[in-house]
Design a protein. Structure first.
Length: 486
């Protein structure tokens, strides 16, 4: 039985109240261990430690010294690759071959990528003529924002946590991380790595718990927090935004999505099928950028549906360690019930179930796990709840369209605006359609192809702000103008 303790000021600590909750493996619902839930006292200690570290050795380091430390952290994660891989896959149930390709290496790379990008970005400078005939020099100077609260999700726990912690630390801030209660392991393990690499006490802190009346609320409401960055569902983002309004703290929110995929008749069908299979079903559909609405031009509609069905039915489910497995369980029993409720709702709303729609037979050893079938529907009305609401499971609805104007309107007819994918071999159409889609990122003939130098974030109810590359500077630093009269 493992214990997942809070990591505060360089120490692993239990809680004053002695309160714990279970961490279970979604593959078979077996108990992994107990997580120590942080109360107000632990959250306050973490924030105070982070503030003190800003005044200590961390705050006095040069940019190059911080970069060298963060490079050590990245290298150490890779040296302990197997430990991080096992911890991540126990928490999430995802196949080893996926996590070993995406979650762990990219999670480590975030420390190097952002350090290098942010360290080399210039500010601005202007020379101003003054009324006395002389001049003045104005130049920009960036300073760390302070203590950053990092609220990270359960679908890509290490990757999306370091996606925030990496640039925050590279800019000289300190952090208090509240990982999802579903996936506490890798955030906790990273504390051990921080100590091994000599990162000063208080720079990286972890508090475990839930949202309301727990660590999440205590952290976002804490007056000692200077900014809050969050990835998760829109309703939680709204709650965090209200908390941040007290004291006018800055926020960065990457929230829900109901992302469209648009497939034109002139597409390369092999590319479109392979890309849509990934975008709908990878990580059991638990990807914020995943495709839940697929629009296919009518001449190829039937062929596309049948080919996507065949691809979905070839997905191999099983234990994460099995080399040929490419489809795992959902993250928890609670999320399983949510996704299955939408599976039932789709039928009630009149969907034709092309494949899936239920729970697979995984045998006696795994029957207690959070397994659901990859599912495809057609035939739903555009105002159906299954079309309007984010499900966050391995499912998609496919609808035919006839004109470019029609499909742009359909794709934009949503409260969300995170991402989209367009499949066409006509480059003019690709550019024309992409520019009209109300999203933060649009892929053409690809999906989840990420250059970390580019802006990432959502439109409408999918979020506020942009991360990635130099865009993180706007959130993780304060830009000060210094005016010198010459």
């Amino acid at each position: 039985m493992q214990e997942f303790k809070n990591f505060i000021n360089g120490q692993f600590v239990t809680t004053e109240r002695g309160q714990t909750f279970e961490n279970r493996n979604p593959v078979d619902n077996s108990l992994i261990g107990l997580v120590h839930e942080a109360g107000r006292a632990e959250v306050d200690a973490a924030v105070q430690a982070a503030r003190a570290a800003m005044q200590g050795p961390w705050g006095k380091m040069t940019q190059q010294q911080r970069i060298a430390l963060l490079d050590k952290v990245a290298n150490r994660i890779n040296e302990r690759f197997d430990e991080f891989l096992e911890a991540e896959c126990k928490d999430t149930g995802k196949p080893y071959k996926i996590a070993s390709h995406i979650d762990i290496p990219r999670g480590a790379a975030n420390f190097k990528a952002f350090s290098e990008t942010l360290a080399n970005h210039p500010t601005e400078a202007f020379k101003l003529d003054t009324p006395d005939g002389a001049s003045a020099l104005n130049y920009g100077h960036r300073t760390p924002k302070g203590v950053i609260a990092v609220i990270s999700p359960w679908n890509l726990p290490l990757l999306l946590m370091t996606w925030k912690v990496g640039p925050a630390l590279a800019c000289g801030n300190t952090v208090v991380v509240k990982p999802s209660e579903e996936t506490p392991a890798t955030a906790t393990l990273l504390g051990d790595v921080m100590n091994e690499c000599g990162v000063p006490e208080g720079v990286y802190n972890v508090v475990h718990g839930f949202g309301p009346d727990s660590a999440g609320a205590f952290l976002t409401e804490h007056k000692g927090v200077d900014a809050i960055t969050f990835t998760g569902e829109t309703r939680t983002g709204e709650t965090i935004m209200r908390a941040a309004s007290v004291g006018l703290r800055n926020i960065s929110l990457e929230c829900g999505g109901k992302n469209p995929g648009i497939v034109f008749a002139d597409c390369d069908m092999d590319k479109a099928i392979e890309g849509t299979l990934r975008s709908a079903f990878v990580n059991c559909g638990q990807v914020c950028l995943g495709t839940e609405r697929v629009y296919v031009e009518r001449p190829i509609f039937e062929a596309f549906v049948q080919r996507l069905k065949a691809g979905a039915e070839k997905l191999k489910m099983g234990r994460p360690q099995d080399a040929d497995v490419d489809f795992g369980p959902l993250v928890s029993q609670e999320h399983k019930e949510k996704v299955l409720s939408y599976y039932r709702l789709a039928v009630e709303e009149g969907a034709q179930v092309i494949t899936g729609g239920g729970v697979p037979d995984m045998g006696a050893d795994l029957e207690a796990g959070a397994w659901v079938e990859p599912t495809i529907w057609t035939g739903l009305a555009d105002d159906a709840r299954v079309i309007r609401e984010e499900i966050f499971g391995p499912c998609c609805h496919i609808r035919p369209f006839d004109t470019e104007e029609e499909v742009i309107a359909l794709a934009n007819d949503t409260d969300y605006g995170l991402s989209a994918a367009v499949w066409t071999e006509n480059s003019s159409r690709a550019s024309r359609v992409a520019e009209q889609l109300e999203v933060g990122i649009c892929w053409v003939n690809s999906w989840f192809l990420r250059d970390l130098r580019t802006a990432f974030g959502g439109a409408k109810q999918s979020g506020i702000g942009r991360e990635g590359g130099v865009h993180g500077l706007e959130f993780y630093t304060e830009l000060k103008n210094i005016c010198i009269k010459l």
